[in-house]
Design a protein around this ligand. Structure first.
Ligand code: 8YV
Length: 309
C-alpha cells in the first residue's frame, strides 16, 4: 500500500491508484485510528511541501520502505529518522528548476514595474483619468542570490540576460563560479538591489532573512522569496514594508500557508502569489512521473531515479 499525505496532483493520484493500494490520508479524519488499522500494509509514503513525513508518522509505519516526495524541498521530511531506519527518500529535482526560476524573474518584474497594480489600474477605468505613474527599471540592477543551487543558478542565468551584475551567498564559495561571492549575507544584501531567496530550508537557514538583512537591503531594495516562508522572519518583513524600510517584495511562500499577513494586502509594492513556483501543467506532470518512477524502481529493486537518502 501507498499512503498519500494530502491532495497534490490529480494525475499522480490516478496513476497511484492504478498501480497500488492507495490510502488518501486526508479522507481519514481519525488519523490515529487509521494508522493503527493500516500501519502494517503501508510500504510507501507520497508527500509534498505541505505534508511530508515527520518522525511520528515514520514511527507509526513499521513497514515503511520509501518516502517519495512530490517536491524538491525536503524540509517536511525527517531525513535523520529515515536514515536511521533505512527508509529511502526521493524528491523531484531539476524538472521544476526552470519554472521556479521563471517565477522569480516574473516576481522581480511584477514588483518593479508594478504589473499587478497596473492591471488593476486599467480594469478600474483609472487610465481614462490619467496615465499611470513611473516605475523602476529592472535591467542592470544588481541581483543577489541566496543559495546558488540548481534553482539559484537558473535565476542567476536569467538575470544575466537582463544585464544584471550577479552576486551570491552560500555556506561555501562555489568553485569555478563567475558570480561574486559574499561570505556574509549582510554584505550581499547591502550590495544588492534585489535579493532572491533560493536556498533549502534547514535549521541554519530558518529566519536567515531577519531585520538586519532587511535593513541592509534598504528602502530601495526588493526581497523575492521563492524558497520557503520560514526563511524570512515574516513579522519583521511586514514591519519593514509597512514602515517603508524595504522597497518591495515578491513572495511565493509564507510562514503559515495559506495564511498571509493582512497588512500586506494594501501595499502595492508587494506582489503575493500562492506557492505556485512549480505550478505548471508540464512541470507537475514531470514531478508526478518522477514520483511514480522512483516508486516503481524501488519496488522492482532497481536504482532510484532521484535518491536523497
Ligand atoms: C510544490 C515545492 O509546491 O518542490 C517544492 O519544494 O515547494 C513545490 O514544488 C509542492 O510540493 C507541490 O505540492
Amino acid at each position: 500500500g501507498v499512503l498519500m499525505t494530502c491532495p497534490m496532483n490529480a494525475y499522480l493520484e490516478k496513476e497511484l491508484e492504478k498501480r497500488f493500494n492507495l490510502y488518501k490520508f486526508w479522507q481519514f479524519p481519525q488519523r490515529t485510528q487509521f494508522l493503527t488499522e493500516n500501519c502494517n500494509s503501508i510500504r510507501a509514503v507520497v508527500g509534498n511541501a505541505k505534508a511530508g513525513a515527520d518522525a511520528p508518522l515514520i514511527d507509526a509505519l513499521p513497514k515503511l520502505e520509501i518516502v517519495s516526495s512530490f517536491s524538491v524541498g525536503l524540509d517536511k521530511i525527517d531525513l535523520k529518522r529515515c536514515k536511521e531506519k533505512g527508509i529511502r527518500v526521493t524528491n523531484t529535482p531539476d524538472v521544476l528548476t526552470e519554472d521556479v526560476a521563471d517565477l522569480a524573474i516574473g516576481l522581480i518584474i511584477a514588483v518593479l514595474r508594478r504589473l499587478c497594480e497596473c492591471d488593476r489600474y486599467v480594469r478600474s477605468g483609472k487610465w481614462k483619468i490619467g496615465d499611470y505613474k513611473l516605475t523602476t527599471k529592472f535591467s542592470g540592477k544588481s541581483v543577489g542570490v541566496l543559495g546558488l543551487g540548481r534553482i539559484g543558478l537558473a535565476i542567476a542565468k536569467r538575470a544575466e540576460a537582463f544585464n544584471c551584475p550577479i552576486s551570491y551567498h552560500s555556506r561555501t564559495e562555489k568553485e569555478g563560479s563567475k558570480y561574486k561571492y559574499y561570505s556574509n549575507l549582510l554584505e550581499l544584501a547591502s550590495n544588492s538591489d534585489i535579493l532572491v531567496v533560493a536556498c533549502a530550508l534547514t535549521k541554519e537557514t530558518h529566519h536567515i532573512i531577519n531585520r538586519e538583512v532587511i535593513d541592509a537591503l534598504g528602502p530601495k531594495g526588493v526581497l523575492i522569496n521563492i524558497g520557503r516562508g520560514p526563511h524570512v522572519d515574516e513579522p519583521e518583513l511586514v514591519a519593514a514594508l509597512v514602515e517603508g524600510r524595504l522597497g518591495g517584495a515578491g513572495l511565493d511562500v509564507f510562514e503559515n500557508e495559506p495564511e498571509v499577513p493582512q497588512e500586506l494586502f494594501t501595499l502595492e509594492n508587494v506582489v503575493l502569489v500562492p506557492h505556485i513556483g512549480s505550478g505548471t501543467v508540464e512541470t507537475r506532470t514531470e514531478m508526478a512521473n518522477l514520483v511514480l518512477g522512483n516508486l516503481e524502481a524501488h519496488f522492482s529493486n532497481k536504482p532510484l531515479l532521484t535518491p536523497v537518502v
